[in-house]
Design a protein around this ligand. Sequence first.
Ligand code: SF4
Length: 286
Amino acid sequence: MSLLVRFDPWHSSLCTCPPKLTFNPYTGCDHRCVYCYASSYVPRFFECRPKKDLLLRLRREAIKLKGELISISNSSDPYPTVEAEAGLTRRCLQILAECNCQIQIITKSNIVLRDMDLLKRASSMVALTITTDDAETAKALEPYAPPPEERLKTAERLAAEGIPVVIRIDPIIPYVNENPEFLVRAAAEIGVRHITASTYKVKMDNWQRLSLAMPKIAEKLKPLYFEKGEKMARYLYLPKGLRIRLLENLAKLAKKYGLKFATCREGLKGLNTATCDGSWLIKGRS
Ligand code: SF4
C-alpha cells in the first residue's frame, strides 16, 4: 500500500483543495481534541504511533515525484509530543526537500519551529490551527495541544523567517468561538496572510467528547445539529443559513484586517478569496 496518497477527504466535492498528495508520519495523535474527526475512522486514535517503515517507504516513493505538493498531515498532527525526540517528521521533510517537493505542514504544535531551517530551504508553507485565543476554551477543546498563545508565537516566528503562514480557525463552534475578531487581528499583526475557517461537524464520537467537555454548550448545540442540521458526506452540519452567517462574519473580519479568506468543506466556495488551503502562498504557485 502506498504511503503517499491523493488528498481526497471524505471522497466528496465539498473539498476545494488543489491537487496534492498527503501522508501521515504518525498514526493517531496525542493532542486529544474533542472535535477530532479522524478518531471516527482510525482505531485507537489517541495512541500516537509512527507509521511502519515510514522512512523507507517515503524514500522509495518520493524519488518518483516531480515537484508535487505534499500535505503533511491531514489525519493526525505531524508534530505530536513524541516528535520532539523521535525526529521522524524532520527526516521526512529532508527526503521531500531533496526530491524538490512543495511542502504544506498542518499542525497545532510549536515543535515545527525546530524544522524552520528545512522549511526555509524548501518551497513550503505552514497552516497553524488556532481555534480560539482563549486559553481556557482551548484547554477544554484541545487538552494536550500547545496553548493558543504559544501557537500565535509560533506563527509569528515562522512569518518573521519568511515561511508563509495560514491560520486555520477550525472548527468554528456556535457559542464557543463564533466571533474571533481578536484572533484575526492578532494574525494580521504578526504577518499571517490567510485565514481558513470551517464549522464543527458532528460525528457521534466527537459529539460524546464535546458533550462531556462542555455540557452546557452541547445542550444549546443539540437542536441546531440534531433537529435543524443537515447531513452531508456522513457528517452532521449546522443549518446552512447559520453556517453562511458564521462564515460571512469571518470573511468580513479577514477583509477588514487585509487577509485572504477561505472556507473548508462547506460548499460555500463563493466566500473564498484565495485557494482554500493557503497553498497559493508557496513561492512560485500564485
Ligand atoms: S490535532 Fe488534529 S488529528 Fe490531532 S487530535 Fe486534534 S484534531 Fe485530531
